[in-house]
Design a protein around this ligand. Structure first.
Ligand code: IMP
Ligand code: MG
Length: 180
């Protein structure tokens, strides 16, 4: 385990198992259709690539980059840093996110995407923190449900660090400055 972590919350093996399960479910639900997966950078990277490879249906991959976070607390202000390359009009879109916390990011993205007239739009998140919600977000697929705790690893960062850990863990309190 990384020296800055207090504990490993979800091991690499648990991630693998949970994502394969999501992949089977999504493949069943979208059987015979072609999916456009939209990953929200940068947190989605490992989840997106593993989930895409766990699908038995055709899938196209696209990405967005949004900004709403500095440090460990949401600012609530969402900006588009990088937009989609593909036109999603008339397509079955699956948004792939690392974690839904306040829900403000997903709320913004859903409103934004609905104006582009996709055939359907659903959300798949690796992690859900329902206790932190400020805006209602209809999540179709969830990998793991967490309490109100700040986690890193497998794409999730703290000030851009720890994304490359192959598991998800809780940072030591001493590392998170000014966090209650
Ligand atoms: P929301 O808008 O509050 O739902 O925040 C969503 C975004 O905040 C996620 O896509 C993450 O980038 C970031 N975030 C929320 N919780 C955590 C966490 O526990 N660790 C790392 N990043 C997080
Ligand atoms: Mg993110």
């Amino acid at each position: 385990m990384h020296k800055d972590l207090e504990e490993v919350l979800i091991s690499a093996a648990q991630l693998d198992e949970g994502i394969k399960k999501l992949g089977r479910q999504i493949s069943e639900d979208y059987a015979g259709r072609s999916l456009t997966m939209v990953g929200v950078l940068k947190g989605c990277v490992f989840f997106m690539t593993d989930l895409a490879r766990a699908l038995s249906i055709d899938a196209r991959l696209d990405f967005m980059m949004l900004s709403s976070y500095t440090g460990s607390k949401s600012t609530g202000v969402v900006r588009t840093i990088l937009d989609l390359k593909e036109n999603i009009e008339g397509r079955d879109v699956l948004i792939v996110e690392d974690v839904v916390d306040s829900g403000l990011t997903m709320n913004y993205l859903l409103q934004n995407f609905k104006m582009r007239r996709p055939k359907s739009i659903e959300i798949c998140t690796l992690l859900d923190k329902p206790a932190c919600r400020k805006a209602h977000v209809p999540i179709k697929y969830t990998g793991f449900t967490l309490a109100d705790q700040f986690v890193v690893g497998y794409g999730l960062d703290y000030n851009e660090n720890y994304r490359n850990l192959p598991y998800i863990g809780v940072l030591k309190k001493s590392i998170i400055e000014g966090k209650k």
